[in-house]
Write a protein that binds this ligand. Sequence first.
Ligand code: ADP
Ligand code: ADP
Ligand code: MG
Length: 542
Amino acid sequence: SCGICVTKCPFDAIEIINLPGELAESPAHRYGENAFGLYGLPAPQEGRVTGVLGPNGIGKSTAVRVLAGEITPNLGRHREEPSWEAVLDEYRGTALQDYLEDLRGGKLDVARKPQYVDRIPDQFDGRTIDLLSGVDERDAVDEVTERLGIAGVVDQDIDTLSGGELQRVALAAALVRDADFYFIDEITPYLDIGQRVTAARLIRELAEEEDRSMMVIEHDLAILDLVADTVHVTYGEPGAFGVVTTPKSTRNGINEYLDGYLEAENMRIRQSAIRFEEHAPRQGSHGETLVEYPALTKSYGEGEFTLEVEPGEIRHNEVLGIVGPNGIGKSTFAELLTGRLEPTDGEVDTRLDIAYKPQYIEIDQPMRVDAFLASITDDFGSSYWNTEIAGPLQLERIMEQQLTDLSGGERQRVAIAACLSKDADLYLLDEPSAFLDVEQRVQATTAIRRYTENNDATAMVIDHDIYMIDLLADRLQVFDGTPAERGHAGQPVGMREGMNEFLANLDITFRRDQNTGRPRINKPGSQLDRKQKKQGEYYYAP
Ligand code: ADP
Ligand code: ADP
Ligand code: MG
């Protein structure tokens, strides 16, 4: 080892064609001896939305906590007391000089939305409105909660909220502050597409109309593309070191990241590119019918929520994508198929063997990952299992960890592996993209598709990441209705028809990036937006 790197030489850790120059210099922050080091920092820009894009464990949250004034960076001298004088010296003459001076001088008001919203109920006891009123420096609680669709839950206790409600409450709690700089550590976990777009537009408006400065970390590329003016890409070796690039235009930053090659840095960060084939929508599999179900209804309690399901069939060997807003009955439908729930009207053939990965993952036994997975399948550790499941889901590195110590993304990958490792007729995955970074999403997608193709299996995947659904699904089932009141599940249809139906409900059209074929959300009312709506082509525009 040359002594620069912390745990592993980056030459074999990632395909870096030249050593990042930053690694020869001192990091902005290192957590300790042989601990994670962060090289470079993103620079917030006044009145703009600055995006941060990169893998999990690469230091994005660390960077944001430094800029929010919660961590005093130690410049790698972790044995000494960190000193602001040294930091200001180090950043003199850089894009961050003014920002850090003002931060140090107490001249900046900053607000941060933390990454893990699940922890909020442990930190705050009481009603939602009390939490929000306590930080409502802009007198904007009514407007922001209305916009985000959480006005109806503000009188509830914080600990009764669902993940999606908690995420929006956390976002509202940051955005109602009267800050100069806002740091949003991930917008989209637990949110449906409509909620994601609304949140992104709210953030943009605050920047454009009120000249507020925003920094946003985000893995949903369609949303990052919509919200950010510029993007800092982060790369390195997760858990060991991370490097933050200088800002790129959002389009280039995302394209270079997907491509795996950073042009200005002359740096290959991944061996192969992530491609969004501009494929015509899949025509749907022509397999035989695996299961047919009649019209179904399911009501909870006295008029609390009713789901109506149109009769339909799931075909052998297909991947059926399921899309629709939160609270519309998707999980209810899944549980009707598994037999966990009884329909109110109609009957489901529950002879089918179904492997189910629920949305909220319950794997909390005090057990190692390898022991847990070995308890599920005899194939565990076989070369076949390693190639098909452990490899693409990046499980090797976490096999010896305890289930209880896993991060959100690690837990998700173990849960997907556990589901696919079961012997079943139908694999039903509820929100597999949650907590995964872009690369992990693509790899999980590949694992699910390959697994179904090679094992003559059938999968149903509920997800809110439109890129993932496009890469994954043969056909789509669209849910609509009024969340928490009435849900309607359509028949499974082809991708084009399904995307059009789904996106028309949301009033969103996509165009294709000219270089990469990556889908991008059109500006509402733009020429393309109007043209595509007129043609009724919301996603697979010619
Ligand atoms: P990201 O937000 O990109 O997922 P983080 O900034 O959360 O990454 O973490 C980067 C690395 O730093 C991870 O390996 C994480 O385990 C480590 N880390 C985070 N916080 C601490 C801490 N307080 N002490 C030691 N290591 C930490
Ligand atoms: P989705 O998966 O589309 O987010 P769900 O099927 O989880 O939707 O929930 C649909 C609606 O049914 C929500 O309003 C939810 O609160 C309600 N619901 C879910 N399970 C129950 C239950 N066991 N009792 C009463 N209401 C429920
Ligand atoms: Mg983070």
